[in-house]
Design a binder for this molecule. Structure first.
Ligand SMILES: [Zn+2]
Length: 263
């Protein structure tokens, strides 16, 4: 997986495995123009994982994969190997930002009841913590796993929270109540790491397609549309978690027609 370069900052995708999505998870979708994104059996096989950001002396992890999970949707387990392959150990990570608390973004935070990244502060949207932990919206088990890391968690209450110099959060709710993107700025370039605000490149143009697991589908669509409009600004790249090759998109505004390139 190729690193994404933002000014002086290197963002390294950390591959954990894959998820299999089906086209009927995207409501109102027509795949005629997007067949190249589908596997031979008509499914959409997407990568899962996270991103390592080297920012000055800091080592930052954005999202924490699915973990050693093998079921009908997910086939994970390789994220720590991916981390070690670039010379980084779990204890080296000092900052984590989790876009949201679905299983494929918090999977490695704990293992067998112990914290995986012992020296990291874990930043999470306050509304997601309330939803998934306090209200146990995805069940007791998820809440219990997250309570293991509770003492390391710093809740994000405000849009535009500065986590580190050059790294600021952005409230992007809809997929989940506290879904949070991270904006990395270096020189004249900006990368918006946007978790699951978009699930596949087709949604860069088909922003109205709603996704099965968007908690508030109308809000998710508005958030997606705002992010894609922002992506049309000069020097701005969008990096969703599940794009092919875990790479970024650039929007190319041309004659009123929205086009994009990836990687
Ligand atoms: Zn996801």
């Amino acid at each position: 997986m190729q690193p994404v370069i933002v000014g002086d900052v290197v963002v390294q995708p950390l591959y954990d495995g894959t998820a299999v999505l089906t086209t009927d998870m995207f409501f109102g979708s027509d795949w005629t123009e997007h067949r190249h994104l589908l596997a031979d059996d008509g499914t959409l096989v997407v990568p899962v994982g996270g991103f390592l950001v080297r920012l000055g002396e800091h080592l930052v992890l954005l999202d924490a994969g699915v973990g050693d999970v093998h079921d009908t949707m997910f086939d994970g387990g390789r994220m720590l190997e991916s981390l070690h392959a670039v010379g980084v150990r779990e204890a080296d990570i000092d900052t984590i930002v989790v876009s949201h608390l679905h299983s494929d973004h918090m999977g490695w935070l704990e293992r067998d009841g112990a914290i995986t990244f012992p020296n990291a502060t874990i930043h999470v949207g306050a509304a997601d913590w309330r939803f998934f932990v306090d209200e146990q919206a995805n069940g007791k088990r998820r809440a219990e796993r997250l309570r293991v890391v509770q003492e390391h968690v710093s809740l994000i209450h405000h849009d535009g929270t500065a986590i580190l110099p050059g790294l600021v959060t952005r409230a992007t709710p809809g997929h989940t109540p506290g879904h949070t993107s991270t904006v990395i700025t270096s020189g004249a370039e900006r990368l918006i790491v946007l978790g699951d605000a978009l699930h596949c490149p087709a949604q860069l143009t088909e922003t109205e397609w709603e996704f099965l697991y968007d908690e508030d589908r109308a809000l998710a669509a508005r958030t997606r549309q705002a992010l894609v409009r922002e992506g049309e600004q000069t020097g701005t790249m969008l990096l969703p978690c599940h794009f092919p090759g875990m790479t970024f998109a650039r929007l190319l505004p041309m004659q009123g027609v929205r086009r994009w390139s990836i990687g």
